[in-house]
Write a protein that binds this ligand. Structure first.
Ligand code: ATP
Ligand code: MG
Length: 177
């Protein structure tokens, strides 16, 4: 697909808050970007190797411009390993932030990894600041650190008014994963 080249500096977006819709919003932006022929990297922090609808869909799509990775998923899933997994994921993110070809980078649940201090905030801020100038970056997850919101260009907070979980209804396949 022909790539649409007529655009300026990249923006930093953060989708945070306690309501449902942060990661799904990032998928929506991904679809738009791919539609314009952009190259997109989608890194999922925190999630391990969990089987999801999106993972199945992207595997079946096999889109040449989409790189979808559950980062750190190769390391064993153990509470004590959160930091190692986040760090492995962040190394991957740093490489993609320096990739000229990457038009949009999604760092799903990065807010969580920062909130629990699995990653050093200053190191993350530095890498985001020094990224390729035309690259757009979307960060998602609850508990976004204030310092990250300060340097973001777009911040949306998704606020929960109701969630079926409160009625004891567990996560629903096709809706939640
Ligand atoms: P989604 O991936 O569906 O867009 P999200 O990224 O906004 O959700 P996360 O904080 O990443 O939400 O949480 C992931 C899971 O937690 C999802 O299955 C989601 O339905 C569930 N969840 C989101 N908000 C709430 C809530 N207010 N109460 C209970 N569970 C929630
Ligand atoms: Mg999410």
């Amino acid at each position: 697909m022909q790539k649409e080249e007529n655009r300026n500096a990249g923006i930093l977006l953060n989708i945070t808050g306690n309501g449902k819709g942060k990661t799904t919003s990032a998928f929506g932006i991904t679809i738009r970007a791919l539609g314009w022929g952009w190259k997109v990297g989608f890194l999922q922090f925190v999630k391990g190797s969990f089987e999801t609808g999106e993972k199945r869909f992207f595997a079946s799509l096999n889109h040449p411009s989409l790189l979808f990775e559950q980062v750190g998923a190769g390391l064993s899933w153990h509470p004590g390993n959160h930091k190692a997994m986040a760090e492995a994921g962040w190394k991957r993110a740093e490489a993609l932030l320096q990739d000229d070809q990457m038009d949009l980078l999604v760092l799903d649940e990065l807010n969580i990894a920062l909130h629990y201090q699995w990653l050093d905030l200053d190191r993350v801020l530095e890498a985001l600041k020094n990224r390729k100038t035309r690259q757009h970056v979307v960060v998602t997850g609850r508990y976004a650190p204030e310092k990250l919101l300060e340097v973001s260009d777009l911040v949306s907070e998704v606020h929960s008014l109701k969630h079926p979980y409160e009625k004891g209804i567990p996560a629903i396949r096709g809706i939640d994963f």
